[in-house]
Write a new protein. Structure first.
Length: 118
């Protein structure tokens, strides 16, 4: 199973980006999905996630600006980021709880860099 993230890039403050992440491989089901970010020397932090119940959680710093969504048919999760700020500059990672035909585990994408210039 692999998670492939894309959509990162460079944008000016106030701009928008849309991150995408798709899971591929021998997948039986995808449960919780989420986006995290990590700056150099800092711990990885939750940006947004969709848990099993369907509830959505956002970090306080992105509420009202970022929107997470998923497409179960495509085993994909997206993060729409609006009104980007310099402090949003980070490497963004997607994560998913995936059940394969033999086990269940948490999988991570490689990360995609978002750079916001002020």
């Amino acid at each position: 199973v692999q998670l492939q993230a894309s959509g990162g890039g460079s944008v000016q403050a106030g701009g928008s980006l849309r991150l995408s992440c798709a899971a591929s491989g021998s997948i039986k089901g995808v449960d919780a999905v989420g986006w995290y970010r990590q700056a150099p020397g800092k711990q990885r932090e939750l940006v947004a996630n969709i848990v099993r119940s369907g509830s959505i959680n956002y970090a306080d710093s992105v509420k009202g600006r970022f929107t997470i969504s998923r497409d179960n048919a495509k085993n994909a999760v997206y993060l729409r980021m609006n009104d980007l700020k310099a402090e949003d500059t980070n490497v963004y990672y997607c994560s998913a709880d995936i059940t394969t035909w033999g086990s269940t585990g948490v999988f991570w994408g490689r990360g995609t860099l978002v750079t916001v210039s002020s």
